[in-house]
Ligand binder design. Structure first.
Ligand SMILES: [Zn+2]
Length: 275
């Protein structure tokens, strides 16, 4: 299994020379299951634009492209109208809300609203692809892979969902946009237990979190490290970088993090890792 990062910024895209190394696009990852040669996408922040271009350029022999959503805040959906495969009438696109079976009244409306004519020139029904809106339970087998989900605290319990994918004998856990409110959330630790790779929110430093951002719905990189150690994960990658954190600042945080976990990384746009 491989994960490629197309957007690792939290909250808002940024650009400028001081953001070139880690990248400015908001959340979007591509998972490649090599055994079956299938991709799945996690979130549709602005990073999905480049991923869509790549899919169109290289072609894709896959009847349905699934996009799994951690939640639907702006930075996780704002690239969706620019996802080129969604304009191909022959393409099926699955919009997946894991763990939310029976909890979302209008999944389609979340996407069509952001494209209504007050906000965007093209409406969702004009895009052309065949969309399927699917809400799943906590544990599912999707196209042969076991996918689990967990409600996370993001402004409220269940404000976002984490995922775990067990396939090809390895496990990948993605927990972004979550806050550890009263110490580390033990449910998240158990969910990530023994994972080969944990990708975890680390928007703030501990100091920033404690001084300014308690209650904003995110973790510090120190929280992510604590989860990784307690859960005995093999590797940690930190994502959802704050738009105020430039390359030099993130390089410094990555060095501090690697003093504790030498193989940990801060996610960079364009980076691909094997799980
Ligand atoms: Zn976010």
């Amino acid at each position: 299994m491989k994960v490629k990062f197309y957007g690792v910024r939290g909250s808002l895209p940024v650009c400028g020379r001081e953001f070139e190394k880690y990248g400015g696009n908001t959340s979007c990852f591509r998972i490649l299951r090599e055994r079956v040669n299938r991709i799945a996408i996690v979130d549709a922040g602005t990073g999905i634009r480049n991923l869509g271009k790549e899919i169109v350029e290289n072609g894709i022999n896959q009847n349905i492209i699934n996009i799994v959503f951690s939640h639907f805040h702006w930075d996780h959906i704002q690239g969706f109208p620019f996802f080129q495969p969604a304009y191909n009438p022959l393409q099926r696109i699955g919009i997946l809300a894991m763990g939310r079976q029976g909890k979302i009244k209008d999944l389609k409306g979340i996407f069509s609203t952001q494209m209504q004519e007050d906000y965007f020139p093209i409406q969702m029904e004009m895009m052309g692809a065949q969309f399927e809106f699917l809400s799943y339970g906590d544990e599912e087998v999707i196209q042969g892979a076991r996918v689990s989900s967990i409600p996370q605290f993001h402004k409220q319990s269940g404000g976002s969902y984490g995922f775990r994918l067990d396939d090809e004998g390895v496990s990948l856990v993605i927990c972004t946009d979550l806050e550890h409110v009263n110490g580390i959330d033990q449910d998240i630790v158990e969910f990530a237990r023994d994972a080969d790779l944990l990708i975890h929110d680390g928007q703030y430093t501990k100091q920033e979190y404690e001084n300014k951002f308690k209650g904003w719905g995110h973790s510090s990189w120190e929280h992510a490290v604590e989860v990784a150690i307690k859960a005995n994960v093999k590797r940690l990658i930190i994502t959802h970088h704050d738009p105020d954190h430039n390359d030099a600042f993130l390089d410094d945080l990555e060095k501090q993090c690697q003093k504790i976990l030498p193989n940990a990384l801060f996610a960079k746009e364009g980076m691909e890792v094997s799980v």
